[in-house]
Design a protein around this ligand. Structure first.
Ligand SMILES: [Zn+2]
Length: 266
């Protein structure tokens, strides 16, 4: 293997880890933001319930005041009846009396209905209070967890970035190092990764077969061989190919050579 390539393989593993950490560092605040929205929504829902409760209470105060008015009217009318002298007058006043009684009945029924709605709203308020408390507690927990994770991720990222910088400096020291690094960066930018392992005669990045001659060249590790002097690329996807004899496992036997167990039919 080309000596730069061996170091580029390590560099890529650091770069992949750095990318993972950056992704996690970016995603964690979004998770907290989503929980903040959820917590704000529960507060909004509780506000709606509290408004409805206030409206019912105002309605009942109005109803009670109207009932009191009607009762006073009833008493006044009763006094007028007591001092009335003609039957025409009495009939008219009794009509008023009946109207006031009917009105009191209607208002008392309406007040009962309002009290029933109030009880249902009280239950909703208890639920809303619980939802607000739960969302706030979850948000607080998640904030603490996220702060902790962020601190750890940032420290790990600083470490990985330092390892990348040191490795790049080391690669740049060889005659071909600068060129190798710029090739690595160019492929990395366009494909996400630059280096791909050739495993079982296939490129791991695109799964295409490596031609036999190229496969032989890749595995030829003798001094002066092509693979030790040049950076070889996959002819299909353009990744830099490397061969690791330790990981190139022998081909597994075809599945049909293993007899399938015969299951008893149920
Ligand atoms: Zn490929």
């Amino acid at each position: 293997m080309h000596p730069d390539l061996a170091m580029l393989v390590v560099l890529q593993s650091h770069d992949i880890e750095a990318k993972r950490l950056r992704g996690q560092i970016a995603a964690l605040p979004r998770l907290v933001a989503a929980l903040e929205l959820k917590a704000a929504a529960t507060v909004g829902q509780r506000t709606v319930v509290l408004d409805l409760i206030a409206k019912e209470e105002a309605l009942r105060r109005r109803q009670e005041s109207e009932i009191a008015d009607q009762k006073q009217k009833l008493a006044r009318t009763q006094k007028k009846i007591d001092i009335s002298t003609t039957s025409v007058q009495v009939t008219a006043l009794e009509h008023e009396l009946a109207f006031a009684r009917a009105e009191i009945n209607r208002l008392e029924d309406a007040e009962l209905e309002s009290m029933e709605r109030g009880e249902a709203l009280d239950a909703q308020r208890a639920g809303a209070n619980q939802a607000v408390a739960e969302a706030a507690s979850k948000l607080e927990q998640e904030r603490a967890r996220t702060d902790d994770l962020l601190a750890r991720d940032r420290a790990a990222l600083a470490e990985v970035d330092a390892m990348c910088a040191a490795l790049r400096a080391q690669i740049a020291q060889s005659d071909t190092g600068e060129d190798s690094l710029s090739t690595y960066d160019r492929i990395s930018r366009s494909k996400g990764t630059a280096v791909s392992q050739a495993l079982n005669q296939k490129c791991s990045a695109c799964q295409m077969m490596v031609r036999p001659q190229r496969w032989n060249d890749l595995r030829d590790n003798t001094p002066g061989s092509e693979s030790s002097q040049t950076l070889m690329t996959c002819e299909n996807c353009g990744h830099l190919l490397y061969y690791d004899p330790a990981r190139d496992a022998p081909q597994p036997k075809p599945a049909e050579s293993i007899p399938a167990p015969i299951l008893p039919s149920l």
